[in-house]
Design a binder for this molecule. Structure first.
Ligand SMILES: [Zn+2]
Ligand SMILES: [Zn+2]
Length: 297
């Protein structure tokens, strides 16, 4: 395949949830794997979905061992948006971490005064959790990122600050002729001076002509009125950005835990109606387990 493959392992916002009404879209929190032949995988966020991705990686490793094949060391990069629980709590359950040959680079938002790695280790240590990043068998390296453009194993990465309740990045990857933007948590209401339909230049730079945009779609307009300070977007705003930036495929992402499968079906229909005036824009709702092949143009 020429292009990239996106696999959605966690699409839920705020907190993992499990009940019959989440069966189709899933209850694990933010985690999407981007894979392309000849490139190490890139993982967007470390929500609870990353546990399942780790099992997939380990099953390939086991198959290599059983076939007596030369086992290749495990390398991956993580593009972390921010440090809210729903974006990091899967990390200690990502079993490839415990392979001695694992080498994992985590690129995440620069924190005030203290390096990202220290802040991360602060929440992944007793009494909050018994295992620290230093206790895993593999090598984990944290990289402080802000408004940056950098190369990552053949990919071009663009990171920009987006409006949320704590320092938060959006990321874009250009790889194999495909561009993918990931803005999991984005709340225009965090800046009261901004008009509701204002799109900051940094957000446009992330989304400009992207083949796929995974964007925060947490609230309906009705819900947003009392929640604008929560740091999330309405479905209307996600579609507005996709249209203005010339995105090809918008994936509604970071579903609110109050939205069961039927509610997300309705939200998706509404978003597709809003997008109908932009004939080149496709809209889908991200679902756990979904595999999206994005071919080179
Ligand atoms: Zn979140
Ligand atoms: Zn958040």
């Amino acid at each position: 395949m020429s292009g990239v493959r996106l696999t959605f392992y966690g699409v839920r916002g705020s907190t993992p949830c499990d009940a019959k009404r989440y069966e189709r879209y899933g209850g694990n929190t933010s985690c999407v794997a981007l894979e392309a032949p000849g490139h190490d995988p890139v993982i967007f966020d470390l929500g609870t979905g990353v546990r399942e991705y780790g099992d997939v990686v380990m099953s390939h490793f086991k198959a290599e061992l059983e076939a007596n094949a030369l086992v290749s060391p495990y390398r991956a990069s993580v593009l972390l948006t921010h440090l809210h629980w729903d974006h990091i709590m899967g990390f200690p359950f990502f079993t490839p971490l415990f392979r001695p040959d694992a080498c994992i680079d985590v690129y995440g938002p620069r924190q005030d005064a203290v390096p990202l790695g220290e802040v991360f280790a602060g929440v992944m240590s007793p009494p909050y959790f018994p295992i620290t990043p230093a206790d895993v068998g593999g090598t984990v390296t944290f990289h402080d990122v802000e408004k940056d453009d950098f190369a990552l194993n053949g990919a071009k990465v663009r990171s920009r600050w987006v409006r949320h309740t704590d320092p938060t990045l959006g990321h874009r990857i250009d790889l194999e002729g495909v561009s993918v933007a990931y803005i999991s948590d984005h709340g225009p209401g965090c800046n009261p001076d901004d008009a509701d339909d204002h799109i900051p230049q940094d957000v446009l730079e992330l989304c400009d002509g992207a083949d796929v945009l995974m964007h925060d779609a947490q609230h309906t307009t009705h819900e947003y009125e009392t929640k604008r300070h929560f740091g999330h977007s309405t479905i209307e705003y996600a579609v507005h950005i996709a249209r203005e930036a010339g995105v090809r495929h918008l994936m509604l992402f970071h579903h609110c835990p109050t939205h069961g499968d039927d509610a997300i079906d309705e939200i998706l229909l509404h978003a597709q109606e809003l997008a109908a005036a932009a004939p080149d824009l496709e809209v889908s709702a991200a679902a756990e387990g979904l595999v999206l092949d994005v071919p080179r143009k």
